[in-house]
Design a protein around this ligand. Structure first.
Ligand code: BT5
Length: 243
């Protein structure tokens, strides 16, 4: 069984690792019962309750690692993990960091890194709605949980152990073979072949998603041209004005 540091409450598990990474061994994991400032990308909020999985993993990457592909490893892990709990449901990866269950968001991933002369850290944060019974406000139509989908409640501690074990296994594979993760993301993508709205520097454009590049970028077609975007650059949605 894997060891992790548990806190009843943190501002954010990602922030904890970003502050303390100097004192921690590679692949350290931190788990929180609740986050007071849980974050998504671009300063968005990540909300939780007592039924949420909230964890972050600290990676001190080896020299030759393709950092840009780590989000694809994380989405592969979370997708595989959840698939074992809802075999018959429609579970898809929305590039780069959302997992959608029957079209609604069940998990989000936030990968952050710091580079000085080499990478000081990559922090992979994962939030999964497990036993959450209901959502509030604008999350009602777009968020879901395992409980809401399967009507079962789950043992979070057991799930943390499984998820961390799976992450370690897949990350070890990634160090030798990145391509399987690109392929997995292509196969499980909710977006490839879809017309979606892309927020590019504050401008909304309707584009067709063509694929995911070997560098982990999203390839889209608009104005008759194919362009690639990295995860930091764009937000995409199936409906205008929604994330
Ligand atoms: C994400 O950002 O989806 C990444 C979320 C990562 C959360 C984990 S929890 C552990 C670690 N510590 C942190 O502080 N963060 C990580 P993004 O794609 O920007 O999506 C954020 C948006 O998702 C929000 O603006 C809401 O619309 C929506 N949202 C917030 N909480 C949600 C929830 N519990 N379930 C589904 N959607 C949610």
């Amino acid at each position: 069984m894997r060891k992790y540091k548990y806190f009843k409450e943190l501002t954010s598990t990602n922030d904890y690792l970003k502050t303390n990474y100097r004192d921690l061994p590679n692949l350290s994991v931190v788990v929180a019962g609740h986050q007071t400032k849980g974050r998504g990308r671009l300063s968005r909020e990540w909300l939780d309750d007592a039924g949420s999985i909230l964890l972050s993993i600290f990676i001190k990457p080896k020299e030759n690692i393709k950092i840009n592909l780590i989000p694809l490893v994380a989405s592969t892990v979370v997708h595989k993990f959840l698939k074992s709990y809802c075999i018959n449901d429609n579970l898809k990866i929305k590039w780069p960091n959302d997992i959608l269950l029957n079209g609604k968001k069940i998990a989000g991933i936030l990968v952050e890194s710091k580079y000085t002369n080499s990478f000081d850290y990559v922090v992979v944060g994962i939030g999964i709605n497990v036993n959450t019974e209901c959502f509030a406000g604008d999350l009602i139509p777009k968020a879901t949980s395992l409980y809401l989908s399967t009507n079962d409640k789950y043992d979070l501690k057991k799930m943390y152990d499984e998820l961390i074990k799976l992450f370690y296994e897949e990350y070890a594979l990634f160090e030798n073979d990145v391509f399987r993760f690109i392929e997995y993301n292509r196969k499980q993508s909710a977006m490839i072949g879809e017309e979606v709205f892309l927020d590019i520097d504050g401008k909304i454009r309707e584009v067709e998603v063509i694929g995911i590049s070997d560098g982990g970028e999203l390839e889209v077609k608009y104005d008759g041209e194919v362009k690639s975007f990295s995860s930091g650059e764009v937000t995409l949605s199936k409906n205008y004005n929604k994330e």
